[in-house]
Write a protein that binds this ligand. Structure first.
Ligand SMILES: NC(=O)c1ccc[n+]([C@@H]2O[C@H](COP(=O)([O-])OP(=O)(O)OC[C@H]3O[C@@H](n4cnc5c(N)ncnc54)[C@H](O)[C@@H]3O)[C@@H](O)[C@H]2O)c1
Length: 255
């Protein structure tokens, strides 16, 4: 898929991995709509990147808000790229120290944002892409989701997060199969430990401890490492239905 002249949407595009993705796609000639709930950061980024970049205050769990943002993107040209980066984390064990169960509302909330939100954007973006003219290969668009290595190596306290990210891995192949007839590819990236505002909440010694389990290179991943893989997926027409770990060889221990 040629990025030059394409329109992209990026959820969670105001921060971290999503922000780096917006910067890279726009740097390659795409227009973009940033879908996020952080109004200040989203508007500042859109303004910085100039014409061809818009911010749409959007909660990815809302069908109405996502549809408005996708319609806005489609009014800028053919929607070709949708990148799902919006996500939330939560640390809590299946049972608490006193034996009481994990808060069920929090468990549902993490799944609602990370899994249902991803599907809400994916299905609506695919609908818009299906109405565009295909390129010479019959391709109409590419959707990139963000899961996590926690989908496979969920740690102690990651029960809700790991469940939600496993759902994103699980929807990747059937979505690619459903959307093949309209020429839309679907891939998912599973980042390891990436240096973003989500991780910056941790003290430095904990961040260093996370990096020590990375095989090589022995450092946290950067948002641009992620954005580079998004670009590779979008521009390689033969990548489809695949989940790719982006983790420097990290296999997360139980804790
Ligand atoms: N940073 C890491 O180490 C890491 C590792 C694995 C996976 N991930 C995943 O990568 C994605 C991006 O994470 P990040 O590290 O860039 O985090 P981040 O907190 O910097 O960015 C996440 C963005 O998502 C937005 N968001 C949250 N809920 C939303 C909602 N309901 N609707 C719209 N926007 C919403 C936030 O406002 C924020 O701007 C997440 O899905 C996260 O789970 C991150």
């Amino acid at each position: 898929m040629d990025l030059n002249g394409a329109v992209a949407i990026v959820t969670g595009g105001a921060s971290g991995l999503g922000e780096a993705t917006v910067r890279r796609l726009v740097g390659r000639g795409a227009s973009a709509v940033i879908l996020d709930m952080q109004v200040d950061k989203g508007e500042i980024l859109a303004k910085e990147l100039g014409d061809g970049v818009a911010f749409a205050q959007t909660d990815v769990t809302s069908p109405e808000q996502v549809q408005v943002a996708i319609d806005q993107a489609s009014s800028m040209g053919p929607l070709r790229v949708a990148v799902n980066c919006a996500g939330i984390g939560w640390a809590s064990r299946t049972i608490n120290k006193d034996g009481s169960p994990h808060d069920l509302d929090i468990y549902k909330k993490v799944i609602e944002v990370n899994a249902v939100g991803t599907f809400n954007v994916l299905s609506r973006a695919a609908g818009a892409m299906s109405k565009t003219e295909p390129d010479a290969d019959g391709a109409r668009g590419v959707i990139v989701n963000t899961a996590s290595v926690a989908a496979f190596d969920g740690q102690i306290g990651q029960i809700a997060y790991a469940t939600s990210k496993a759902a994103v891995v699980g929807l990747t192949l059937p979505a690619a199969r459903d959307l093949a007839p309209v020429g839309v590819r679907v891939c998912t990236i599973c980042p390891g430990v990436m240096d973003t505002p989500m991780l910056a909440l941790l003290p430095e010694d904990q961040r260093n401890a996370l990096a020590k389990d990375v095989m090589f290179p022995k450092r946290l991943g950067t948002p641009d490492d992620f954005a580079a893989l998004v670009e590779a997926i979008v521009t390689n027409p033969y990548l489809n239905g695949e989940t790719i770990r982006l983790d420097g060889g990290l296999r997360m221990p139980p804790k």
